[in-house]
Design a protein around this ligand. Structure first.
Ligand code: G6P
Length: 609
C-alpha cells in the first residue's frame, strides 16, 4: 500500500510528481505529500490529509518548486490519517526527508534501543528510519543507507533526499515494489512502472537490499554491501495507467463493461484446436497422473473467491483433491504440502504481501508453483515457476470486477486441463467445454445488457437496507461470497454470504420483515434444496431477489425481483451470475453517494501483511 514517486530533472519536478501520484492513488489515499529541494537547497514540502486534489492546492499555495523531489500517497498503518503522519518525514535537522511504502516491524524496538531519547513529530514507523539515517550519517549516503537497512525488519521501499546531495534521489527496497528509470535528461523512482510509462520506456527494478542513486546525468546501483552492481533494464509495457474513465462516472462501471473483453483476451490464448493449452506452463499428463496428489489454491479477497470456484471445479471435474486457502491464514498454519502439491496463487496485482509470502512458503516446502496474475513483471509473477496471465488490462477501481472475471476463466482452463490429464474428461467433452468458454464473453455481454437497468431499479430498495444476505449452494455459494464482498466494500452496507443450507443453524434469527436476501439459484441439480431455503427466509418476511439462468427461469416465475442470465455449462455459471450483482452493488453505492472507486479505508494493492 502507499505509492512513491520521485523525479530528478532540469525543470520543476512538482507537476510530474503530482501526476504520478494520481496514477498511484490506487495504492492508498489517506494522505499525500511532496518534498523538493528549493533554490537554496533546503527541502520544502507540502502535505494534505485525504485526496490528491488537496495536495495540488497545498503545493500551489506553498509555491513548491524544485528540480528534484519525492512524493507519497498513503494508506495508513502506523498512526491515523493526519498531516503529521503524512509523508515525507524529516530528520530533526531537516537534512534528510523520506517517503516509505511498507511496514517497519521493529520500529518500537528501534525507538527503545537505537533511538533512545529522540522525539517524534508523528506516530509513524517511517519516522524512525529517517532519524536512523540522521544518526548514522557519515557523509556517504549509500554507506549510511546500507547501515540503516541492516537494522530494519519488515518490508519497505524508500525514497530519500539528503541536503548534501541536492541533485540526487536515493532509494532502496525490501519486499516492496520499487523501480528506477533514467531518460536523456531526467530520472524517476516509482512504486509502479506504469505510473512513469508516459516518460520512460524502460526501468530497473530495485531489488531487495539494493540501493539506487539517481540524478539527471546518471543512475547507479549498489548491493547491500555498498559495492556497485550492474543491472539490466526491463521494458515498460505500454502503460494504460493514465487511461481515463472514457466518459463514465466511475472506473468501476467502465471496468464492469470491459468484462467481455477481459474474459475474451484471457481465455482465447488458452484454447488451441478445441483443447486447453496452458502455453509454457509445465503441467504434463504424466505429472498430473503420477505426481500430483492435491491442488492448493491460495489468494486474498476476490481472488480467494475465484479460488473457491477453482477448488470446486478441480475436484468435481478432475477428481483431484483441492482446497482454497486465504493467504494470510495459509502462511501461518504450517500447511501440509509437499512436492506432490500444485500450489496455485491468484493475484490481480501480483504484489499482495500475504499471497507472495505464502508462495515463498510453498516453494520452500517443495510444491510446484503456478500463479494466475494480471500484472506482468510483478513480484508474484517473477517468483513463480509457472504463470498464467489474466489479460484484464489495468484495473483501477478498488473493487475488482474484470480481473475477478478473468481469474475465473483462467481457473476454468486449469480445471479442464487437470481433468483431461487425469483422464476424467474425454477430448469430446473438452471440445464442448472450450466452445462454451469461447462463448462466455458474448454471454457476459448479454448479461450486462439484460440486467443493467434492473440493477439500477433494485438498488433503490437496497440502498435503504442496513443488512443484506446472499445465499446459495455449491458454486452458487461461491458467487454469493463475491457478491457480498462487492456489496459491503463499496456501499458500506453490512452484508453476509451463507451456504443456503446453513441458514437454519443461526442466521435465520437475523431475518426480519423487509431484510433483503439475494438467492443465487442457478444450480439446477439442487434447485429444490435452495428453493426450500428461499421459502424459509420468505416465511420470515425477507425481500427476495433471485438470480438464475434462462433454463430455470420458469422455476422462479413467482418472484417479482429477478436477474436472469443466459444458460451456460453449470461449471461456468459464476461468470454470468456475478455480473448483475456487481451492477447492483455499484448502483446501491451510487444511490448512497459513496466514493465507489476508492472506498473508505481500502486500497487496491495490499503490500502489508
Ligand atoms: C484488495 C482488492 C481486492 C483484491 C485483493 C487481493 O483487497 O481491493 O479487490 O481481491 O486485494 O488482491 P490481488 O491483487 O492479490 O488480487
Amino acid at each position: 500500500m502507499c505509492g512513491i514517486i520521485g523525479r530528478v530533472g532540469r525543470d520543476n519536478a512538482v507537476p510530474y510528481i503530482l501526476k504520478g501520484l494520481e496514477c498511484l492513488e490506487y495504492r492508498g489515499y489517506d494522505s499525500a505529500g511532496v518534498a523538493v529541494f528549493d533554490e537554496k537547497g533546503i527541502i520544502a514540502s507540502s502535505k494534505t490529509v485525504g485526496r490528491l486534489a488537496g495536495l495540488r492546492e497545498a503545493a500551489e499555495k506553498d509555491k513548491l518548486n524544485g528540480f528534484v523531489g519525492i512524493g507519497h500517497t498513503r494508506w495508513a498503518t502506523h498512526g491515523g490519517p493526519s498531516e503529521d503522519n503524512a509523508h515525507p518525514h524529516f530528520s530533526h535537522d531537516r537534512k534528510f526527508a523520506i517517503v516509505h511504502n511498507g511496514i517497519i516491524e521493529n520500529s518500537n524496538e528501534l525507538a527503545d534501543t537505537e533511538l533512545e531519547g529522540v522525539g517524534y513529530n508523528s506516530e509513524t514507523d517511517t519516522e524512525k528510519v529517517v532519524h536512523l539515517l540522521s544518526k548514522y550519517y557519515n557523509g556517504n549516503v549509500v554507506e549510511t543507507i546500507s547501515k540503516v537497512i541492516s537494522l530494519l525488519k519488515g518490508s519497505y521501499a524508500l525514497g530519500i533526499l539528503c541536503t548534501d546531495y541536492p541533485d540526487t534521489i536515493f532509494s532502496t527496497a525490501m519486499s516492496s515494489p520499487m523501480v528506477a528509470a533514467k531518460t536523456a535528461d531526467c530520472g524517476f523512482i516509482c512504486s509502479d512502472a506504469g505510473a512513469i510509462s508516459a516518460y520512460a520506456s524502460e526501468y530497473y527494478p530495485v531489488k531487495n537490499g539494493e540501493i539506487c542513486v539517481l540524478n539527471d546525468k546518471k543512475i547507479e546501483f549498489y548491493g547491500n554491501d555498498g559495492q556497485p552492481i550492474e543491472k539490466a533494464a526491463v521494458k515498460i509495457e505500454v502503460g494504460e495507467l493514465t487511461a481515463d474513465k472514457q466518459g463514465y462516472e466511475h472506473y468501476m462501471m467502465l471496468e464492469m463493461l470491459q468484462q467481455p473483453n477481459a474474459v475474451r483476451d484471457t481465455i482465447l490464448p488458452l484454447i488451441k484446436d478445441n483443447a486447453i493449452c496452458l502455453g509454457g506452463v509445465d503441467i504434463t499428463d504424466d505429472y498430473i497422473k503420477n505426481e500430483l496428489r492435491e491442488v492448493v489454491i491460495v489468494a486474498c479477497g476476490s481472488a480467494y473467491h475465484a479460488g473457491v470456484v477453482g477448488k470446486s471445479l478441480i475436484e468435481s471435474m478432475g477428481s483431484i483433491r483441492a482446497s482454497a486457502e486465504i493467504a494470510s491464514e495459509f502462511r501461518y498454519v504450517d500447511p501440509l504440502i509437499d512436492e506432490h502439491t500444485l500450489a496455485v496463487f491468484i493475484s490481480q496485482s501480483g504484489e499482495t504481501a500475504d499471497t507472495l509470502a505464502a508462495l515463498r512458503l510453498a516453494k520452500q516446502k517443495g510444491a510446484k508453483v503456478l500463479s494466475i496474475v494480471n500484472v506482468s513483471g510483478s513480484a508474484i509473477a517473477n517468483e513463480s515457476d509457472n504463470v498464467i496471465y489474466t489479460k484484464a488490462g489495468r484495473e483501477v477501481a478498488v473493487a475488482t470486477t474484470k480481473a475477478y472475471s478473468a481469474q475465473l476463466v483462467a481457473l476454468y482452463a486449469l480445471a479442464i486441463r487437470l481433468a483431461k490429464g487425469n483422464g476424467k474428461i474425454s477430448s469430446e467433452e473438452e471440445k464442448r467445454m472450450t466452445h462454451e468458454l469461447a462463448a462466455l464473453p458474448h454471454k457476459i455481454q448479454m448479461t450486462l445488457d439484460r440486467n443493467i437497468e434492473k440493477a439500477e431499479i433494485y438498488a433503490e430498495q437496497f440502498a435503504n437496507a442496513t443488512d443484506i444476505y446472499f445465499i446459495g449452494r455449491r458454486l452458487d455459494y461461491a458467487t454469493a461470497l463475491e457478491a457480498s464482498l462487492k456489496m459491503k466494500e463499496i456501499s458500506y452496507i453490512h452484508s453476509e454470504s451463507y451456504a443456503a443450507g446453513e441458514l437454519k443453524h443461526g442466521t435465520l434469527s437475523l431475518i426480519d420483515p423487509g431484510v433483503p436476501v439475494v438467492a443465487l439459484a442457478a444450480d439446477g441439480e439442487i434447485f429444490g434444496k435452495t428453493y426450500s431455503n428461499i421459502c424459509e427466509v420468505m416465511a420470515r418476511g425477507a425481500e427476495m431477489l433471485v438470480v438464475t439462468t434462462d433454463k430455470n427461469k420458469e422455476l422462479i416465475a413467482e418472484f417479482e425481483n429477478t436477474f436472469i442470465v443466459p444458460d451456460t455449462l453449470p461449471q461456468f455459471t459464476v461468470s454470468l451470475q456475478i455480473v448483475p450483482l456487481q451492477l447492483l452493488s455499484y448502483y446501491t453505492a451510487k444511490k448512497k453517494g459513496c466514493d465507489i472507486d476508492k472506498p473508505k479505508n481500502l486500497a487496491k494493492s495490499v503490500t502489508v501483511e
